[in-house]
Design a protein around this ligand. Structure first.
Ligand code: HEM
Ligand SMILES: *[C@@H]1O[C@H](CO)[C@@H](O)[C@H](O)[C@H]1NC(C)=O
Ligand SMILES: *[C@@H]1O[C@H](CO)[C@@H](O)[C@H](O)[C@H]1NC(C)=O
Ligand SMILES: CC(=O)N[C@H]1CO[C@H](CO)[C@@H](O)[C@@H]1O
Length: 333
């Protein structure tokens, strides 16, 4: 269950081919927000969805870590300055959004995924498709390729003109947060408590570095009693007290590479890795959603799709507030 940072666990993976086609209706009531539309590139780049999907499939086959890396990158992009690929910007001074301490070690494979897909798209339709839209499509595709749900992605975001490390603090949730503060942070992004519980189900895939949760294992008063004792033992073996910053564990210890509702069943059994995960079960306000999703995966998938569409509408840029970047990691001028 350990993994050195940057190593890929592709041998673990059985990528389920995403064969799901959905009706061309926006997942959330059919009404696109912020001037977005699933048909945005119908005339200017009709192949964009399949170009991105091919690039994602190729990259996931190489490195399964691409799945959680891309999904988390989309979340972090949207919560800081809106879904505008501001997280992609790399500056020489290392003071862009991705350089903030709160970037919480975003995995390089997510950035690489977007850069590669953009290259493939530029070959067919140069200067037309935003990096923000490519990230939104790739985040949908990695989920579908991990036996998760498939939804219609609204398109037409512009790439943002601002990316500052100093604007990250306070905008991203931390692993020690409880439901009230989490819900408030999501509410600022027009997401409900139910959306928040559903989106947290993204922790059904991916890794967390030991340093993000060892405070729960090595407290003065002993192990956090909300951990299942056997699970705590397992985590202590993987993450000894003096563990280095590179060791990571699966966030879903039961089905780590499959996008499913096991995350919620885990919470009921004390297998929530972070305080912020376990809190969703402990708090009476969110527990009914957790148990509902644990019992019925379809219910989770429906709520997750709706919430991802809503997440994709956060802070979308239009007009002079954005551009179509040529290179996703740099502003045009
Ligand atoms: C509810 C509040 C949330 C908190 C407190 C939180 C916190 C974290 C933390 C601390 C990590 C571990 C990072 C590391 O050690 O490298 C992580 C990983 C991850 N998070 Fe969240 N997260 C939250 C919500 C979300 C949402 C909404 C999504 C996406 C929809 C998401 C997707 C992921 C993924 C996929 C990973 C694994 C990344 C990887 O393996 O590279 N998280 N999260
Ligand atoms: C599971 O949830 C779906 C979607 O909400 C619903 O249609 C279905 O009836 C539920 N299944 C069961 C067994 O409750
Ligand atoms: C939330 O929704 C309102 C109303 O549609 C909109 O004006 C606002 O910009 C949205 N907030 C974010 C962060 O997207
Ligand atoms: C991927 C990335 O940019 N990671 C950075 C996150 O922030 C820390 C601390 O500021 C940097 O050291 C990482 O390089």
């Amino acid at each position: 269950m350990e993994r050195g940072r940057g190593k890929s666990g592709s041998s673990l993976l059985a990528v389920a081919a995403a064969a799901v086609m959905v009706a061309a209706m926006a997942a959330s009531g059919g009404e696109a927000g912020a001037g977005l539309s699933p048909d945005h590139y119908r005339r200017t780049c009709p192949g964009v969805e399949s170009i991105v999907r091919s690039a994602v499939a190729r990259k996931v086959r190489e490195t399964v870590v691409t799945v959680p890396a891309t999904l988390r990158l989309f979340f972090h992009d949207c919560f800081v300055e809106g879904c505008d690929a501001s997280v992609m910007i790399a500056t020489r001074g290392r003071d862009a959004e991705k350089d903030a301490p709160d970037n919480m070690s975003l995995a390089g494979d997510g950035f690489d995924m977007v850069v590669r897909a953009k290259k493939a798209v530029e070959k067919r339709c140069p200067g037309v498709v935003s990096c923000a839209d490519i990230l939104a499509l790739a985040a949908r595709d990695v989920v579908a390729m991990s036996s998760g749900p498939h939804w219609t992605v609204e398109l037409g975001r512009l790439d943002g003109l601002i990316s500052k490390a100093g604007r990250v603090a306070g905008r991203l949730p931390g692993p020690d947060m409880h439901v009230k503060d989490l819900a408030a942070m999501f509410a600022k992004n027009n997401l409900t408590l139910l959306d928040m519980v559903a989106l947290s189900g993204a922790h059904t895939v991916g890794f967390a570095h030991c340093t993000r949760f060892t405070d729960r294992l090595y407290r003065r008063g002993g192990v956090d009693p909300s951990y299942n004792p056997a699970y705590a033992q397992q985590l202590m073996a993987a993450c000894p007290r003096d563990v280095g910053p590179t060791i990571a564990v699966n966030m879903d210890p039961i089905t780590p590479v499959s996008f499913d509702n096991t995350y919620y069943a885990n919470l009921a059994g004390g297998l929530g890795l972070f305080t912020s995960d376990q809190a969703l079960y402990a708090d009476g306000a969110s527990r009914p959603a957790v148990t509902g999703f644990a019992k019925n995966q379809t219910r989770f998938f429906e709520a997750f799709k709706d919430a991802m569409v809503k997440l994709g509408r956060v802070g979308v840029k239009a007009g002079r507030h954005g551009e179509i970047r040529r290179d996703c990691t740099a502003f045009n001028t």
